[in-house]
Design a protein around this ligand. Structure first.
Ligand code: KIV
Length: 288
């Protein structure tokens, strides 16, 4: 039996609540935003206490919790359940929840109903993948009081359309589309933008062109306003070859050797410190 009481969101906060205005203020001061995925109350409490700014209930739970080979089987009910779990463990960190595949593409009205469900479960912002037709939906949600995080570059819900998990925006035409999508999402009111698997120079240019948009990179270099990793990846728990952009924070920097005694909390604290001091990602090791 666990001896750790899991406090609800309102109980005993140890740092001021992380809010959108506070994220913007820290960005203006030059402080990087540390984001990690999170799927349950125990990890929410641990990540929050380690100083993670933003918890993302990612639909990557399809891979790392459910054992699926993609995020496509994840449903709105799954996302609501895990969002509620994280909300129960969170104290101060900002909580973003992914809109799963099939919950927002048909119409802005469909998206609003799904987003409202996630907000009722404790999300403070929802994340949608893609530009193009997603832009109108983002505007619809923002106009109705739902904060939105966009997601461009490698969008895993479109893995079959993209032909695999690979770096996006490498050629001029693809980079121009990504830049235009980012500008359109910013204009529609998105506050955060995850950039996944894009060349570092492109991610830097997107941030510079859209100062109102906080860019969060994953495999997008060191020039974004913040970084995100999948929790199980940065804890070295994901089997198989580690992608180039991931660092296993349970091991000493640059080492493949196991680091006996480095706790989960220690690894997460090291991640937050490395994001904040700019040592992660390392342009030589983790960028494209
Ligand atoms: O679902 C997820 O974990 C994500 C991250 C990869 C950003 O969207």
């Amino acid at each position: 039996m666990s001896v750790h009481p899991i406090a609800g969101a309102a109980a005993g906060a140890t740092r001021p609540a992380v809010t959108l205005p506070r994220l913007r203020e820290s960005h203006a001061r030059g402080e990087k935003i540390a984001m990690l995925t999170c799927y349950d109350a125990t990890f929410a409490r641990l990540l929050d206490e380690a100083g993670v700014d933003v918890l993302l209930v990612g639909d990557s739970l399809g891979n790392v919790i459910q054992g699926e080979s993609s995020t496509l089987p994840v449903t709105l009910a799954h996302m609501s359940y895990h969002t509620r779990c994280v909300a129960m463990g969170r104290r101060s960190a900002f909580l973003v929840a992914d809109m799963p595949f099939g919950s927002y593409e048909a119409s802005p009205q469909q998206a609003f109903a799904a987003a409202a469900e996630l907000m009722r479960s404790g999300a403070q912002m929802v994340k949608l993948e893609g530009g193009g037709s997603t832009v109108e939906t983002v505007r619809f949600l923002v106009d109705r009081g739902i904060p939105v995080c966009g997601h461009l570059g490698l969008t895993p819900q479109r893995v079959h359309a993209l032909g695999g998990y690979r770096v996006q925006g490498r050629d001029d035409a693809a980079a121009a589309v990504l830049r235009a999508d980012a500008a359109a999402l910013a204009d529609a009111g998105a506050a955060l933008l995850v950039l996944e698997l894009v060349p570092s120079a492109l991610a830097l240019a997107v941030g510079a062109a859209n100062p109102g948009l906080l860019t969060i990179g994953i495999g997008a270099g060191a020039g974004t306003a913040g970084q995100v990793l999948v929790l199980h990846d940065m804890l070295g728990l994901t089997p198989g070859k580690r992608p180039r952009f991931v660092r296993d924070f349970t091991r000493p920097a640059g080492s493949e050797a196991a680091a006996p005694g480095l706790s989960v909390a220690g690894a997460v604290t090291a991640y937050v410190a490395a994001v904040k001091d700019g040592s992660f990602p390392d342009p030589e090791l983790h960028g494209y």
